[in-house]
Design a protein around this ligand. Sequence first.
Ligand code: FES
Length: 578
Amino acid sequence: MDTIKITIDGIETEIAKGTTVLEAARDQGIHIPSLCYLKGINHSSSCRICVVEVGPRLIASCTLIAEEGMKIQTNTKKVRDARRTSVELLLSDHDRECLSCSRSGGCELQTVSNDLNIRKVTYVGEKSSQEKDYSSPSIVRDASKCILCGRCVGACGTLQTVNAISFAKRGFDTVISTAFGRSLAESTCVNCGQCIMACPVGALTEHENISDVWKDLADASKYVVVQTAPAVRVALGEEFGLPVGTRVTGKMVAALRKLGFDKVFDANFAADLTIMEEGTELISRLASGENLPLMTSCCPGWVKFMEHNFPNRLDNLSTCKSPHEMEGAMVKSFFAKKMGIDPLNIVVVSIMPCTAKKFEGARDELSHEGMQDVDWVLTTRELAAMIKEAGIDFVNLKGEAFDNPIGSGSGAGVIFGATGGVAEAALRTVFEITSGKELDTIEYTAVRGMEGIKENIIELPNGQKIRTAVVHGLGNARKLMEAMERGEKSYEFMEVMACVGGCITGGGQPIVDARTSERIDIKAERAKAIYSEDEAQSIRKSHNNPYIKALYEEFLGEPNSHLAHELLHTRYVKRSNY
Ligand code: FES
């Protein structure tokens, strides 16, 4: 490794060539505040909070590459004054209703202002004004809180290659805008919520449905069922101060009961159901050779990305509804019948790590006999907010188990939460179905890990080879899709998750500030928790879930049956790509 020597605050240090001054200082334990910088996503040097003195000049340290012999001062009066002026200017055009802001306590602008000991707003003048955009069922934009740092633009463009939002206009009139200033709902936004995760303030939030759920819980005529996605249980604890990667499954179930839900189901049950339906679909497509590769359809961000950008490939998407939609459909049919409840009185609430699930829940296609499969989708953050509002002592709750008969899942269902999980769960089942016997292999580690695109050739027991790609992050998905369009790549099976790492880092998960995400590999910690949850299960293959077997015996018949198609499968819509 090539190294150079620099001096920071009078202390000489040796660092790797190519390191920025900000990184070098932080490695030395020197705190330089930053706002617009988001490692790997936004390096625009627009906020100037991270300035340092190098000779006579003040320079933004986040993009300043250190040079041999450089002498840097991070804590002079000139530096502190410049940082304070930059923050005061941001505050002068910022909606400062902090007490009622959903990011209060977790706002990076608030932290920087406190750290710089700013106790009054010095500059008062004209304020930019724009209507809030509530058009999207997933994401709300509030320009009055935007500090134009560009982190959302980086997440949407650089990371996800969706490019639904960008800078528009100039000077004081500068805004973050969709193409032609349309509403977010009319744009190419796929609702993944990675812009929310990148935003340092409260300018981007989920479209809250908390009051809708409270209202239904208070209505005695409603039977309110809740289901939780696998990734929620490995992140919810962070909202209550528990370390990243803490599993809180039992506490989460107990909290949901205390909130008043009539049944608490695990969406892992429907993940198992998805494997039965999608595995069967894969086997039949392999036999016919049609519409290969089979592309997974569990991720609504990915599905909408395909609808906008690759409508010619919609037949490749699995026709399976995503797991929580399947669960909703089963609650309002099989479960309602079994319990003797009018499905019109049932409300299905999904707790998801994902903002795109809110859009998905409202899709016309995901309904049956005039009823949406899922009525409300809450993010992990919204669930935490409800638990806090109800005054539940979450950390000290005793663990409880999910309800049944459609509420328990296998270990295969759990791993849906991490990239590679759907592929691995499918392999556990497809291998046994094609071999016709119980196999010892449980873990298909070739599809695990955080590499952006993982390619494998998997040989089934019958000798058939399946070329598999596991992709996470829409930037990686676009790369792969474009290579396929050019004829450079071909597969039989593709698992795609819109968010880097999979659902564990979805746009509805607890927000981690930029500095913490530099220190802790959030996705690795949460993924570890997901795999340990799988290991803790006695049943780890979807087809061995006894409740799944009973569902087919008592109601659906067999995978891909006529009834299964009616209730568990869907279709897709071509959308404009501008
Ligand atoms: Fe460096 Fe904004 S200019 S963090």
